[in-house]
Design a protein around this ligand. Structure first.
Ligand SMILES: NC(=O)c1ccc[n+]([C@@H]2O[C@H](COP(=O)([O-])OP(=O)(O)OC[C@H]3O[C@@H](n4cnc5c(N)ncnc54)[C@H](OP(=O)(O)O)[C@@H]3O)[C@@H](O)[C@H]2O)c1
Length: 329
């Protein structure tokens, strides 16, 4: 396993990390069996993974609870990341990034995780209803209280991140160490604005849904797996696939390259992401232990330059304005 710095911080995180959105089954994408969760965490640690990601909203607290139980004997060696923002009940204040909700939420996450600190506390998305100063000031307090060690965010536009960094710098508050963003060979949108910003500002990208919800495993192309996410869950077409023809061409290329390395398409898709600029870690997700076993092999693959370039070329997104003009100038 390779280890990368989390952005400009001194913290080293494994190039593959484990996402626990499948712990709990509120959206029909996961499971509630603690034994399987324990096994998955053990397998991940044995493979060298030190970063585990969850969120308060994943099955409304169940994921945090299951992860907390699975890591309890090794808590100190691991980097535990969770998130705040999503609605946890119908109460008008039980959501968002207000000081009120964040102060309540952090206590609930700590309790569910069975820990007294969170290594990386992430804003799950941008909250238009709360002044960003209020949110960042609250994070500064949580860091000073020792409840949170590093801060990050997820699902932000580049201007929202840049605004947050400006506010933090002006006030001497902690800066976002990481940006947790969707990135896959099917959806490379973050390359236009967020990746250049991350490189410029020293933030690490944590990649979510690297297999585009499972599509890049190739199983949907073969109609192989009927109980899988795109077929049966509440999260169908998440993340979306803008052009099935292009997506299928990507899967075919992954399959062919995988056969050179004795692995499947998923492992190759993960290996490509691990090489992309600004990426600190790729969050793998699995519903079954065999899936995790396969995905962990990505850490052992070395793509040749030709293979890497071929995947980059066939999945190349359209260059939006002003990038094409900036490139020209
Ligand atoms: N910040 C955010 O807003 C956000 C959003 C989403 C996810 N995340 C994070 O990112 C992590 C990973 O996301 P994700 O679960 O969507 O990742 P993903 O890798 O795109 O999809 C994982 C799913 O694909 C299928 N799969 C994975 N490996 C497979 C294999 N080798 N063979 C066959 N099927 C396989 C499984 O689902 P089936 O068996 O059901 O097909 C698995 O649950 C999450 O756990 C979470 O920590 C964050």
């Amino acid at each position: 396993m390779k280890y990368n710095k989390l952005g400009n911080t001194g913290l080293k995180v494994s190039a593959l990390s484990f996402g626990t959105m499948t712990f709990g089954d509120d959206w029909n994408i996961g499971f509630e069996d603690q034994k399987r969760a324990d096994e998955m965490v053990d397998m991940s640690i044995d493979a060298g993974i030190n970063l585990f990601d969850t969120a308060d909203v994943y099955s409304y607290g169940v994921s945090e609870e299951m992860l907390g139980k699975a890591v309890k004997n090794r808590r100190q060696d691991l980097v535990i990341a969770t998130k705040v923002m999503g609605a946890m009940s119908d109460d008008v204040n039980d959501r968002g990034l207000s000081r009120f909700h964040m102060m309540n939420s952090v206590e609930n996450s700590l309790r569910r995780l069975g820990t007294d600190y969170i290594d990386l506390y992430q804003l799950h998305a941008f909250d238009e209803n709360t002044p960003l100063e209020e949110t960042l000031r609250t994070l500064e307090d949580l860091v000073n209280q020792g409840k949170v060690r590093y801060i990050g965010m997820s699902n932000h536009a580049a201007w929202q991140i840049a605004k947050g960094l400006g506010i933090s710098d002006r006030n001497g508050w902690p800066r976002y160490a990481s940006a947790q963003m969707h990135y896959s060979l099917i959806n490379r949108d973050i390359e236009h604005e967020v990746v250049p910003l991350a490189e410029e500002e020293g933030m690490g990208i944590l990649v979510w849904s690297p297999l585009n919800g499972g599509y890049l495993t190739g199983k949907y192309r073969k109609n192989e797996d009927d109980d899988s996410r795109f077929a049966t869950s509440d999260l169908q077409d998440f993340p979306p696939i803008p052009d099935k023809k292009v997506a299928n061409e990507i899967v075919d290329n992954l399959t062919e390259i995988g056969s050179n390395h004795g692995v499947g398409p998923a492992e190759v898709a993960l290996a490509w992401l691990m090489e992309r600029p600004a990426v600190s870690s790729v969050l793998i997700g699995s519903r079954k232990t065999e899936q995790l076993k396969a995905n962990l092999k990505a850490a052992e693959i070395e793509l040749t330059q030709d293979e890497y370039d071929r995947l980059t070329e066939i999945s190349e997104p359209r260059t939006p304005y002003p990038q094409w003009m900036l490139n020209m100038m």
